[in-house]
Design a protein around this ligand. Structure first.
Ligand code: ADP
Length: 319
């Protein structure tokens, strides 16, 4: 393989830049040319493709977002759109593609693989919900952003003796809420995998109050309930005076943590190795701190599993 491409797609995550850097530098190290595809699958279809040099990825290792930009591209879900993408890749002489993104982006990479075009999926999402890896690029940074916000909210919650509801991202996966709740000492954590029982939540709050607790922090993953709606329900059930903080898109931004930079570097470089070894149609990941790769079709069929031991521990520690 003498020419490869790289794109970022779907929701951005901090660490995509160090992943792009690793792809470019690893490929050039092995005398392989690299082409950046700008704007995800939209840029692939329209041919927004430029050659990247060593210097193209200088000074990006510490930056959030993605220098290749990202997009959502409904056209790429159609076989015609996918065919247009393959024609662009062929017209540029690009023989293999690294796709950095979430599970939607993996589906695009799977479609290309099924058309016979070699693709490697690299897990980039703050949701930590990609099967075939224990951790995704961006999760650690987003988690630290949430913890920073939570610690600040805790200061005001303590001062005013208030209950706070903090809504974090996570439509289907509760990882961010769970880890943030555990690391931030939240009293209650609501995740999509479990749902919630308002009677249990209020019982827990009341017991805390009886023991003299003056404030409470409740973390709600967006997939369980809208934070404002939850606060209204809580007010109706308890008359507790709550405040709501919806963290929103700040969770997507910021300089990637050291852990995310190292992860991105390892996974990006491994993706290039696989293409050089002639192994297309794979998804790279980390398990027990070792690099792994799975057939991308098989990876998408697996289900991301939340760590149930952590759910149990968070409940034991927040009594
Ligand atoms: P993420 O990668 O963060 O999960 P999306 O779910 O929005 O983000 O997916 C990103 C893009 O991947 C979509 O806009 C689309 O171009 C492509 N994609 C998603 N699902 C498919 C599919 N089933 N087949 C082909 N391409 C897909």
């Amino acid at each position: 393989m003498k020419k490869i491409g790289v794109l970022t797609s779907g929701g951005d995550s901090p660490g995509m830049n160090p992943a792009i850097r690793a792809v470019v530098r690893k490929a050039i190290f092995h005398n392989v040319e690299v082409y950046g595809i700008y704007g995800g699958y939209t840029g692939l279809i329209s041919g927004n493709i430029k050659k990247l040099e060593l210097g193209s990825v200088g000074d990006i290792i510490h930056r959030g977002g993605t220098m290749l930009h990202t997009a959502r591209c409904p056209e790429f879900k159609t076989p015609e759109g996918q065919q247009k993408g393959i024609e662009q890749l062929k017209a540029h002489g690009i023989e293999g593609l690294v796709v950095i993104g979430g599970d939607g982006s993996y589906r695009g990479a799977r479609a290309l693989t099924q058309h016979g075009y070699p693709c490697i999926g690299v897990p980039g999402t703050i949701d930590n919900d990609i099967p075939g890896t224990e951790v995704t690029i961006g999760f650690d940074t987003a988690l630290n952003t949430v913890i920073d916000a939570l610690d600040k909210i805790r200061d005001t919650a303590t001062s005013h003796e208030r209950t706070f509801v903090i809504e974090v991202m996570g439509r289907d996966a509760g990882d961010l809420a769970l880890y943030a709740g555990l690391a931030g000492g939240a009293e209650t954590i609501l995740i999509p995998e479990e749902g919630y029982d308002m009677a249990e939540v209020t019982d827990r709050l009341r017991k805390g109050q009886e023991r003299g607790k003056k404030h409470s922090i409740i973390i709600v993953a967006e997939g369980v309930c809208n934070g404002n709606d939850f606060a209204k329900q809580l007010k109706e059930a308890t008359n507790f005076d709550t405040r709501v903080s919806v963290l929103g898109h700040i969770q997507r931004g910021g300089s990637p943590t050291a852990a995310d930079r190292v992860l991105a570097s390892r996974l990006g470089a491994r993706a290039v190795e696989l293409l050089i070894e002639g192994k297309g149609g794979r998804a790279v990941g980390i398990e027990k701190n070792s690099l792994v790769d799975y057939d991308i079709v098989e990876a998408l069929e697996r289900k991301h599993k939340l760590d149930l031991d952590l759910v149990k521990l968070s409940k034991e520690l927040s009594i």
